[in-house]
Design a protein around this ligand. Structure first.
Ligand code: BTN
Length: 304
Protein backbone atom coordinates (compact mmCIF):
# COMPACT_ATOMS: atom_id res chain seq x y z
CA UNK A 1 0.00 0.00 0.00
CA UNK A 2 1.39 3.43 -0.88
CA UNK A 3 1.35 6.26 1.65
CA UNK A 4 -1.23 9.04 1.17
CA UNK A 5 0.40 11.97 -0.65
CA UNK A 6 0.59 15.00 1.62
CA UNK A 7 -0.79 18.27 0.31
CA UNK A 8 1.97 20.83 -0.25
CA UNK A 9 2.07 23.69 2.23
CA UNK A 10 2.48 27.09 0.60
CA UNK A 11 4.96 29.08 2.70
CA UNK A 12 5.16 32.83 2.08
CA UNK A 13 8.95 32.74 1.83
CA UNK A 14 9.24 35.43 -0.84
CA UNK A 15 6.83 37.83 0.90
CA UNK A 16 8.65 37.33 4.20
CA UNK A 17 12.04 37.86 2.62
CA UNK A 18 10.85 41.09 0.95
CA UNK A 19 9.44 42.35 4.24
CA UNK A 20 12.46 41.47 6.34
CA UNK A 21 15.58 41.91 4.23
CA UNK A 22 15.64 45.72 4.62
CA UNK A 23 16.01 45.27 8.39
CA UNK A 24 17.94 41.98 8.29
CA UNK A 25 20.48 42.26 5.46
CA UNK A 26 21.82 38.89 4.32
CA UNK A 27 18.65 37.10 5.44
CA UNK A 28 17.87 33.59 4.19
CA UNK A 29 14.49 31.91 4.49
CA UNK A 30 14.56 28.14 4.31
CA UNK A 31 11.77 25.59 4.60
CA UNK A 32 12.60 21.94 5.26
CA UNK A 33 10.11 19.09 4.99
CA UNK A 34 11.72 17.41 7.99
CA UNK A 35 14.52 17.97 10.49
CA UNK A 36 15.19 16.84 14.04
CA UNK A 37 14.86 20.33 15.49
CA UNK A 38 15.14 23.75 13.86
CA UNK A 39 16.96 25.06 16.94
CA UNK A 40 19.44 22.17 16.90
CA UNK A 41 20.05 22.65 13.18
CA UNK A 42 20.79 26.38 13.47
CA UNK A 43 23.07 25.83 16.47
CA UNK A 44 24.92 23.09 14.53
CA UNK A 45 25.29 25.34 11.49
CA UNK A 46 26.65 28.18 13.58
CA UNK A 47 29.20 25.97 15.35
CA UNK A 48 30.25 24.28 12.10
CA UNK A 49 30.74 27.63 10.40
CA UNK A 50 32.82 28.87 13.34
CA UNK A 51 35.12 25.85 13.00
CA UNK A 52 35.47 26.00 9.22
CA UNK A 53 35.04 29.71 8.57
CA UNK A 54 38.05 31.24 10.36
CA UNK A 55 38.97 34.50 8.70
CA UNK A 56 35.40 35.28 7.74
CA UNK A 57 34.03 38.35 9.54
CA UNK A 58 31.04 36.58 11.03
CA UNK A 59 30.94 32.94 9.96
CA UNK A 60 27.53 31.34 10.10
CA UNK A 61 26.10 34.37 11.85
CA UNK A 62 23.91 35.56 9.00
CA UNK A 63 20.23 35.93 9.82
CA UNK A 64 18.12 32.95 8.86
CA UNK A 65 14.57 31.76 9.31
CA UNK A 66 14.39 27.99 9.29
CA UNK A 67 10.89 26.50 9.09
CA UNK A 68 10.34 22.78 9.53
CA UNK A 69 7.14 21.18 8.31
CA UNK A 70 7.93 18.31 10.64
CA UNK A 71 10.35 18.04 13.54
CA UNK A 72 11.39 14.56 14.61
CA UNK A 73 13.10 15.62 17.84
CA UNK A 74 11.67 19.01 18.71
CA UNK A 75 13.04 20.40 21.95
CA UNK A 76 11.44 22.43 24.71
CA UNK A 77 12.95 24.12 27.74
CA UNK A 78 14.65 22.11 30.46
CA UNK A 79 15.33 19.18 28.12
CA UNK A 80 11.67 18.52 27.43
CA UNK A 81 10.41 17.10 24.16
CA UNK A 82 8.30 19.33 21.89
CA UNK A 83 5.76 17.37 19.91
CA UNK A 84 4.23 18.65 16.71
CA UNK A 85 2.55 17.36 13.57
CA UNK A 86 2.88 18.46 9.99
CA UNK A 87 0.38 21.20 9.04
CA UNK A 88 -1.14 21.12 12.53
CA UNK A 89 1.75 23.08 14.01
CA UNK A 90 4.05 25.94 13.18
CA UNK A 91 7.67 25.21 14.09
CA UNK A 92 10.49 27.55 13.15
CA UNK A 93 13.66 29.14 14.44
CA UNK A 94 15.05 32.55 13.73
CA UNK A 95 18.82 32.77 13.96
CA UNK A 96 20.44 36.20 14.04
CA UNK A 97 23.35 38.11 15.52
CA UNK A 98 22.17 40.00 18.59
CA UNK A 99 24.12 42.25 20.96
CA UNK A 100 21.83 43.45 23.75
CA UNK A 101 23.54 44.99 26.77
CA UNK A 102 21.42 42.68 28.93
CA UNK A 103 19.87 39.41 27.75
CA UNK A 104 17.35 39.20 30.60
CA UNK A 105 13.77 39.02 29.45
CA UNK A 106 14.47 37.96 25.85
CA UNK A 107 12.10 34.98 25.83
CA UNK A 108 9.39 37.18 27.38
CA UNK A 109 9.82 39.70 24.56
CA UNK A 110 9.41 36.93 21.99
CA UNK A 111 6.22 35.77 23.72
CA UNK A 112 4.82 39.30 23.91
CA UNK A 113 5.46 39.95 20.24
CA UNK A 114 3.99 36.63 19.08
CA UNK A 115 0.92 36.99 21.31
CA UNK A 116 0.27 40.56 20.14
CA UNK A 117 0.66 39.63 16.47
CA UNK A 118 -1.68 36.66 16.63
CA UNK A 119 -4.19 38.27 18.97
CA UNK A 120 -3.76 42.05 18.66
CA UNK A 121 -6.65 43.54 20.61
CA UNK A 122 -8.38 41.03 22.85
CA UNK A 123 -11.74 42.27 24.07
CA UNK A 124 -12.31 41.99 27.79
CA UNK A 125 -13.68 38.58 28.76
CA UNK A 126 -13.05 37.16 25.29
CA UNK A 127 -10.72 34.28 24.47
CA UNK A 128 -7.19 35.52 24.10
CA UNK A 129 -3.52 34.61 24.19
CA UNK A 130 -1.93 34.92 27.61
CA UNK A 131 1.69 34.59 28.65
CA UNK A 132 2.94 32.29 31.35
CA UNK A 133 6.39 33.23 32.59
CA UNK A 134 8.90 32.65 31.22
CA UNK A 135 8.20 31.22 27.79
CA UNK A 136 4.71 29.83 27.33
CA UNK A 137 1.88 31.10 25.17
CA UNK A 138 -1.46 30.08 26.61
CA UNK A 139 -4.93 30.03 25.17
CA UNK A 140 -7.19 31.62 27.75
CA UNK A 141 -10.93 31.36 28.06
CA UNK A 142 -11.74 29.67 24.75
CA UNK A 143 -15.21 28.10 25.00
CA UNK A 144 -13.89 24.55 24.71
CA UNK A 145 -11.61 25.18 27.66
CA UNK A 146 -14.09 26.58 30.17
CA UNK A 147 -11.95 28.45 32.68
CA UNK A 148 -8.91 26.38 31.90
CA UNK A 149 -5.86 27.94 30.33
CA UNK A 150 -4.08 25.57 28.00
CA UNK A 151 -0.68 25.75 26.40
CA UNK A 152 -0.78 27.06 22.86
CA UNK A 153 2.90 27.42 22.15
CA UNK A 154 6.37 27.69 23.55
CA UNK A 155 9.63 29.50 22.99
CA UNK A 156 13.15 28.14 23.21
CA UNK A 157 15.94 30.72 23.11
CA UNK A 158 19.54 29.55 22.76
CA UNK A 159 22.69 31.53 22.16
CA UNK A 160 26.19 30.83 20.95
CA UNK A 161 29.21 33.08 20.70
CA UNK A 162 32.23 33.35 18.45
CA UNK A 163 35.05 35.76 19.09
CA UNK A 164 32.90 37.95 21.30
CA UNK A 165 29.96 38.04 18.90
CA UNK A 166 26.71 36.50 20.06
CA UNK A 167 24.28 34.64 17.86
CA UNK A 168 20.74 33.98 19.08
CA UNK A 169 18.52 31.13 17.96
CA UNK A 170 14.91 31.82 18.78
CA UNK A 171 12.68 28.78 18.37
CA UNK A 172 8.91 29.09 18.33
CA UNK A 173 6.40 26.25 18.30
CA UNK A 174 2.66 26.92 18.03
CA UNK A 175 -0.23 24.47 17.89
CA UNK A 176 -2.34 25.55 14.95
CA UNK A 177 -5.02 22.87 14.77
CA UNK A 178 -6.48 20.73 17.55
CA UNK A 179 -4.48 17.68 18.51
CA UNK A 180 -5.86 14.70 20.35
CA UNK A 181 -4.12 13.76 23.55
CA UNK A 182 -4.33 10.10 24.38
CA UNK A 183 -5.04 9.36 28.02
CA UNK A 184 -4.08 6.11 29.66
CA UNK A 185 -6.79 3.59 30.39
CA UNK A 186 -8.22 4.25 33.85
CA UNK A 187 -6.70 7.73 34.16
CA UNK A 188 -8.65 10.96 33.76
CA UNK A 189 -8.85 12.44 30.26
CA UNK A 190 -5.94 14.74 29.58
CA UNK A 191 -6.73 18.35 28.76
CA UNK A 192 -5.77 18.82 25.09
CA UNK A 193 -3.32 21.62 24.37
CA UNK A 194 -4.77 24.86 23.09
CA UNK A 195 -4.64 25.63 19.39
CA UNK A 196 -4.65 28.86 17.42
CA UNK A 197 -7.67 27.93 15.32
CA UNK A 198 -9.78 27.98 18.50
CA UNK A 199 -9.10 31.72 18.47
CA UNK A 200 -8.76 32.37 14.73
CA UNK A 201 -10.67 29.73 12.77
CA UNK A 202 -9.09 29.00 9.42
CA UNK A 203 -5.73 30.55 10.23
CA UNK A 204 -3.04 28.21 8.92
CA UNK A 205 0.62 27.92 9.83
CA UNK A 206 1.90 29.96 6.82
CA UNK A 207 -0.52 32.84 7.62
CA UNK A 208 0.55 32.78 11.25
CA UNK A 209 4.23 32.93 10.27
CA UNK A 210 3.62 35.86 7.91
CA UNK A 211 1.71 37.69 10.62
CA UNK A 212 4.16 37.20 13.44
CA UNK A 213 7.64 37.30 11.94
CA UNK A 214 8.08 40.98 10.88
CA UNK A 215 6.86 42.31 14.27
CA UNK A 216 9.07 39.74 16.02
CA UNK A 217 12.17 41.00 14.25
CA UNK A 218 11.22 44.57 15.14
CA UNK A 219 10.68 43.58 18.80
CA UNK A 220 14.10 41.89 18.91
CA UNK A 221 15.78 44.98 17.52
CA UNK A 222 14.00 47.15 20.10
CA UNK A 223 15.07 44.72 22.82
CA UNK A 224 18.69 44.86 21.63
CA UNK A 225 18.66 48.66 22.00
CA UNK A 226 16.54 49.21 25.09
CA UNK A 227 16.35 45.89 26.93
CA UNK A 228 13.20 44.52 28.56
CA UNK A 229 11.96 47.70 30.28
CA UNK A 230 9.79 48.97 27.36
CA UNK A 231 8.03 45.59 27.24
CA UNK A 232 7.18 45.26 30.93
CA UNK A 233 3.68 46.74 30.76
CA UNK A 234 2.90 44.72 27.64
CA UNK A 235 3.84 41.54 29.48
CA UNK A 236 1.68 42.56 32.44
CA UNK A 237 -1.34 42.93 30.14
CA UNK A 238 -1.17 39.21 29.30
CA UNK A 239 0.45 37.76 32.43
CA UNK A 240 -1.64 34.71 33.39
CA UNK A 241 0.22 34.13 36.67
CA UNK A 242 -0.24 37.56 38.17
CA UNK A 243 -2.04 37.27 41.50
CA UNK A 244 -2.04 33.47 41.31
CA UNK A 245 -0.68 31.14 43.99
CA UNK A 246 2.46 29.53 42.62
CA UNK A 247 4.98 26.93 43.66
CA UNK A 248 8.59 27.03 42.57
CA UNK A 249 10.63 23.95 41.79
CA UNK A 250 12.56 24.35 45.08
CA UNK A 251 9.26 24.03 46.94
CA UNK A 252 8.88 27.74 47.72
CA UNK A 253 5.25 28.83 47.66
CA UNK A 254 3.91 32.31 47.20
CA UNK A 255 1.84 34.59 45.02
CA UNK A 256 3.06 35.75 41.62
CA UNK A 257 3.26 39.55 41.43
CA UNK A 258 4.21 40.21 37.82
CA UNK A 259 7.73 40.71 36.53
CA UNK A 260 10.49 43.17 37.35
CA UNK A 261 12.40 45.60 35.11
CA UNK A 262 14.60 42.79 33.78
CA UNK A 263 11.78 40.28 33.37
CA UNK A 264 12.40 38.29 36.56
CA UNK A 265 9.25 36.77 38.07
CA UNK A 266 8.29 38.47 41.32
CA UNK A 267 6.88 36.11 43.92
CA UNK A 268 5.56 37.25 47.24
CA UNK A 269 6.51 34.54 49.76
CA UNK A 270 6.24 34.29 53.54
CA UNK A 271 9.96 35.25 53.59
CA UNK A 272 9.35 38.40 51.50
CA UNK A 273 9.45 39.24 47.81
CA UNK A 274 11.64 36.95 45.68
CA UNK A 275 12.93 37.70 42.18
CA UNK A 276 13.06 34.51 40.16
CA UNK A 277 15.22 34.61 37.07
CA UNK A 278 16.81 31.18 36.94
CA UNK A 279 15.86 28.98 34.01
CA UNK A 280 15.83 26.04 36.41
CA UNK A 281 12.77 27.32 38.22
CA UNK A 282 9.43 25.89 37.23
CA UNK A 283 6.27 27.61 38.22
CA UNK A 284 3.20 25.55 38.98
CA UNK A 285 -0.23 26.25 40.30
CA UNK A 286 -0.85 25.24 43.89
CA UNK A 287 -3.39 22.50 44.40
CA UNK A 288 -3.98 21.69 40.74
CA UNK A 289 -7.32 20.22 39.82
CA UNK A 290 -6.73 16.49 40.31
CA UNK A 291 -9.06 15.76 37.41
CA UNK A 292 -7.18 17.80 34.85
CA UNK A 293 -4.37 15.31 34.37
CA UNK A 294 -2.27 17.95 32.67
CA UNK A 295 0.71 19.86 33.96
CA UNK A 296 -0.12 22.61 31.52
CA UNK A 297 -3.63 23.26 32.79
CA UNK A 298 -4.24 26.02 35.29
CA UNK A 299 -7.62 27.00 36.60
CA UNK A 300 -8.14 30.52 37.80
CA UNK A 301 -10.84 32.49 39.50
CA UNK A 302 -10.47 35.57 37.38
CA UNK A 303 -10.89 35.54 33.61
CA UNK A 304 -7.45 34.80 32.20
C1 BTN B 1 8.85 25.01 25.49
O1 BTN B 1 7.65 25.16 25.60
O2 BTN B 1 9.52 24.46 26.39
C2 BTN B 1 9.55 25.54 24.28
C3 BTN B 1 9.10 24.85 23.01
C4 BTN B 1 9.83 25.37 21.79
C5 BTN B 1 9.52 24.56 20.55
C6 BTN B 1 10.14 25.15 19.32
S1 BTN B 1 9.55 24.38 17.85
C7 BTN B 1 10.78 25.18 16.90
C8 BTN B 1 12.04 25.17 17.72
N1 BTN B 1 12.75 23.92 17.52
C9 BTN B 1 12.80 23.17 18.61
O3 BTN B 1 13.33 22.06 18.70
N2 BTN B 1 12.18 23.79 19.61
C10 BTN B 1 11.66 25.08 19.20
Amino acid sequence: MTAEPTAPIRWPAEALWQALVPVLPGLTIEVLPEIDSTNSELMRRFRRACVTGAGNASPGAEPIVLVAEQQTAGRGRLGRHWQSTRADSLTFSLGLPLQPADWSGLSLVVGISVAESLNPAPASGQPHIGLKWPNDLWLCGAPANGDTYTKLGGILVETASWEGRRYAVIGVGINIRPVTVASEVGSPAAVPPGCLQALSPGLEAPDALLRLLPPLVEALQTFARFGFAPFRARFAARDVLSGQPVQLSDGTQGTAQGVGEQGALLVHTPAGMKEISSAEVSVRPLAPDPGSGAAHALRGERPC
